[in-house]
Design a protein around this ligand. Sequence first.
Ligand code: RRO
Length: 315
Amino acid sequence: MNEIKNKFKTSIAGFQLHNYLFNASGPRCMTLEELIALGESRSSVILSKSCTLLPREGNPEPRYFDLPLGSINSMGLPNLGYKKYVEFAPLLRRYNKPYFVSVSGLSLADNITMISELSEVPEIDAFELNLSCPNVIGKPQIGYDFEQTKQVLDEVMKITKKPFGVKLPPYFDFVHFEEMAKILNKHNIAFVTCINSIGNGLFVDADTEKAVIKPKGGFGGLGGEYVKPTALANVKKFYELLRKDIAIIGVGGIASGMDAFEFLLCGASAVQIATAYQKEGTAVFARIEKEFIEFLEKKEYNSLSEAKGKLKIYE
Ligand code: RRO
């Protein structure tokens, strides 16, 4: 990959990124067409939808709903099966940006099988292990079970041959941040992505007197503006608690350059766009990038590191 000359470039897992933002593993990153569209966009990484061993249809429709301040989803991990994300890898090389595969096995054995095989594919650059899908019936979020998280990371670290990140659920208690950080700091992790959607929200349509999505009695993951303060808090707390060589990727409610800047102040090395990408399509990346750069220039910053982690707090 070419060296990137841009004063606001960043890097994740040793890869230089041409800008600070890319897609979240979630909306519009499941099919080859969608991954190609990301390649052609200003997203600085192509990140796949979380994959499983076998293809999955996901949960019944309606399973996604745009809300006034965000979104609710219970997609149920629809994906083409990990072998497809291997097959797509060489086709995405021409876009000259990293290709990360999100992995979300339904068991530890599935994660080990997938990561062993994905490790051998030269055109896959890194993994994001999803420890936080809230929407698979009968599968609690691993990231809320600290023993299981430790076990998964211990096993996966033995076999991965690529840089490795984890996608975390939101935490709400300082004890939980500290416990998770202690586990992550003991593993060879390149990045942490926080947060996944806030699990098991319920949005009610008062006119129809009905929940807006079908699966799980209407319960689903909340995203967008509703979750931004929680996402910022998670980025800030993990920035304080994690080893400095672990990059934090912020996600949750970023819809403008100013939102992206707030995550930079809290310590993010990059951000991902989910709900705003679902709502706007690939044009969202160029728009937010432009706003972000204009915002930094207005404030006379010359690099991201000048602002990164520099949130001011009351004495
Ligand atoms: O597919 C989903 O239902 C889904 C996943 Br895997 C996830 O990690 N987060 C989310 O909000 N939805």
